[in-house]
Design a protein around this ligand. Structure first.
Ligand code: DGJ
Length: 731
């Protein structure tokens, strides 16, 4: 049984196939964290793990002794103002002005399956694959109930956590802070591994030792943002790609979030993840409840690679809902870098025609098809076809469909230009403090997605366009962050809700569009990869990784992204050289090999290519068809350490039966003093007893040899910016 409760020890035991999590109702009703890690037997008494130290200069609940201070306990949820002096997870302000909060066990239930989280993305599973524990805690300073929810996915080694606050009344309370999950450790001997970036350099992996004091990262952008990603790994100091104990926390949320890590005076460690309280507070009326976003907890003793694969398969099976997730996506060509705003129906048709002749399967019309938009200063919000540029969209799409090509269209639903009919009609629909200074980003403002009428308007206009032509894909862009977060439709005491309500509005719009168009393929995007998160993946199966399509720069972006997210979610394309972002020229071959690791497509003027490049496109498309099933469904391994930040990087996919492998290796720069003069690549994940044959060379070796001794790739990787694919099959 994945979840059990021992009445004798007041202990909950949560078990997945390879992990256990144990917690206990403490002497003052607090929920103490006893253990999370590799599987242990249930029934053994771990009570002695409940306390960190015997003495503390810390107050304690009056029913307890000095040694039972909450400040020296490992807790499942910590509360503000009642004896835990760390950063705490929950702070509720009552009508008397006090924010003192304390959570005390009240009851619990264990049930099969998992309920959805209203309005929020959440993992799902058939009843037999998941069991849920709900521990109801009561605030000692009000009637509020705090429901801690643990859904145990036994076969996936994942525990999904979320918190619901229920206010039975009689007075409203203000939720000032609510983290989704907390992990307390008795030692700080860990490294933090997380993703940091900026525009055109998204999600580079960072690894730093935990140091004494507070640390962490967050977004206050109203969106996930380019800067960090809402997930953290705590890795034992010696953990590598293949070995070592690692703990992951990944938030299903696309708004402002915070990751708080604190190593205290006892070198004990607390990590928490949830909504960023800087831009959040919520007035909870009597009778109402509030749901935190969900966090996915993963433990692996197989290093960072093991953790990544657990997240990948979990997201594929239990988070991404799209019917496209297990399907080979159409190879697309996007006109953005080919034309920017300079196009008409003839040019778009020409692109489609050339693309079709090469085997490309979908034309995506990017920014500039609507309103009177010919640059980035107007028309966002006016989702009506610019007929002067395009004529009749339905007819154009029909012509393109007749070429055997699908058609996709760009939208930026959440934005509005000052120069737009929509703004002239509804200036109050903009997020801003009325009458005060406001900020622009790319000349545009942000729609108040907390307003129902805004979501209704967007649904109706976007659905209208989608019904008007055979549009099978949309690219959902979002090109600025939120500032002056204020809604003219909410009263003063609810302004702290706007940022979260915005995200709920975005999710609602997605939900409504997907209900109306269940087979629509949506690619998320945000000025490149500024909103790449597990919350979004609940609605879209793929997200554009970055506007930086330079093949070499894409390697750390894609390998960083792979810390949490599977290959099939990464929008990756071949673009023209010199590259528009880096001005670098690398071979067409390398560009194709790197883009193969994602959804695959082209971002260039297909009509302007020479014969050699056209030939290479045909070859690349052949490789895509040959390998995409393996890439999408196989197990992903980072073959080299350091997430693509070294001179030589390699990664591979291994089929579930371990009989087929595709490995990509790249050398970005070479010199007589290169970091790795001899490149030996040990291929992980194979069956040691099988013999693997290289598909295009006379080469065969045992799995054990390939895994432990590896192959010498030095000759294949001579020079700068070179790549090679190794395709192996077991006999
Ligand atoms: C940012 C996206 O990342 C680009 O691919 C392109 O769609 C532009 N926006 C269009 O404005």
């Amino acid at each position: 049984m994945p979840i059990s409760f021992s009445e004798k020890n007041k202990t909950f035991h949560l078990d997945t196939e390879h992990t256990s999590c144990v917690m206990q109702i403490g002497p003052s009703g607090e929920l103490r964290h006893l253990y999370y890690g590799a599987s242990i037997a249930s029934g053994d008494d771990l009570s002695s793990f409940a306390r960190r130290r015997d003495r503390a200069f810390s107050p304690y609940p009056e029913s307890l002794t000095a040694n039972e201070s909450l400040n020296i306990a490992n807790l499942e949820i910590s509360s503000f103002g009642s004896g835990d002096f760390h950063n705490t997870a929950i702070r509720l302000q009552k009508q008397n002005g006090s924010s003192v909060t304390s959570t005390v066990y009240s009851s619990h239930t264990i049930r099969k399956g998992k309920a959805p989280l209203p309005g929020l993305p959440a993992s799902f599973a058939p009843e037999k694959q998941c069991e849920t524990l709900e521990v109801v805690m009561k605030d000692s300073f009000s009637d509020v109930r705090i429901v801690l929810r643990y859904s145990v996915f036994e076969n996936s080694d994942v525990i999904a956590r979320s918190v619901t606050i229920v206010n039975p009344g009689p007075e409203p309370v203000r939720i000032e802070k609510l983290m989704s999950a907390q992990l307390d450790f008795e030692s700080s001997e860990y490294d933090m591994v997380y993703l940091q970036g900026k525009w055109a350099r998204e999600r580079h992996a960072v690894r730093v030792p935990v140091h004494p004091g507070m640390q962490g990262f967050r977004s206050a952008r109203g969106s996930t943002g380019h800067q960090y990603n809402p997930g953290i790994v705590l890795a034992s100091r010696s953990a590598s790609e293949r070995t070592g104990e690692v703990f992951g926390m990944l938030l299903l949320y696309s708004g402002s979030y915070a990751v708080e890590v604190e190593s205290d005076e006892y070198q004990a460690l607390r990590a928490m993840i949830g909504i960023n309280d800087e831009t959040f507070c919520w007035r909870l009326e009597p009778g109402a409840e509030f749901h935190s976003p969900e966090t996915l907890l993963v433990f692996s003793e197989n290093g960072l690679g093991g953790l990544s694969r657990q997240y990948h398969s979990f997201l594929m099976e239990h988070v991404i809902r799209s019917p496209w997730k297990h399907v080979r996506r159409p190879i697309l060509v996007n006109n953005w870098e080919a034309t920017y705003f300079e196009f008409d129906d003839r040019k778009i048709y020409e692109l489609a025609r050339s693309a079709a002749s090469l085997g490309i399967e979908m034309l995506v019309l990017d920014d500039g098809w609507f309103g009177k938009r010919n640059d980035d200063r107007s028309s966002l919000g006016d989702w009506f076809v610019n007929t002067r540029k395009l004529g009749n969209l339905g007819k154009l799409v029909e012509k393109i469909n007749r070429l055997g090509m699908k058609f996709g269209l760009w939208f930026e639903p959440e934005m509005i230009s000052e120069d737009s009919d929509l703004y002239r009609k509804h200036p109050e629909w903009v997020l801003s403090v009325p009458g005060k200074r406001r900020s622009l980003g790319r000349s545009q403002m942000v729609l108040d997605m907390s307003r129902k009428e805004v979501v209704d308007y967007l649904f109706e206009t976007i659905a209208g366009i989608l019904h008007s032509a055979n549009i099978e894909y949309i690219k959902w862009d979002m090109n600025r962050n939120l500032t002056e977060i204020y809604s003219a439709s909410l009263p003063a005491e609810q302004q702290g809700e706007v940022a979260h309500r915005y995200v709920l509005g975005v999710y609602e719009l997605h939900e409504r569009l997907l209900n109306e168009f269940p087979n629509l393929l949506i690619e998320g995007c945000s000025g490149g990869g500024g909103r790449f998160d597990a919350g979004m993946l609940y609605y879209v199966p793929q997200i554009w990784c970055s506007d930086d399509t330079d093949a070499l720069e894409r390697i750390p972006i894609q390998l960083g992204t792979s810390l949490f997210y599977p290959s099939s979610t990464m929008g990756a394309h071949v673009s023209v050289c010199p590259n528009h972002q880096t001005h670098r020229t690398v071979s067409f071959r390398l560009r194709g090999d790197v883009a193969l690791a994602g959804t695959f497509g082209y971002e260039l003027d297909i009509t302007a290519l020479g014969e050699d490049e056209q030939k290479q496109i045909r070859e690349q498309i052949g490789r895509y068809h040959q390998f995409n099933d393996l890439i999408r469904e196989g197990n992903f391994y980072r073959v080299t350490e350091n997430f693509g930040l070294d001179d030589v990087s390699a990664w591979c996919w291994v089929s579930a039966d371990r009989k087929e492998v595709l490995m990509t290796a790249v050398r970005s720069s070479d010199s007589p003093c290169a970091q790795s003069p001899v490149v030996r690549l040990r291929i992980p994940g194979l069956d040691p007893g099988l013999i693997y044959r290289m598909q295009d060379r006379p080469f065969a070796m045992h799995g054990s040899t390939l895994m432990n001794a590896g192959i010498n790739a030095s000759e294949d990787l001579r020079g700068n910016a070179v790549s090679v694919l190794y395709h192996l099959k077991a006999e």
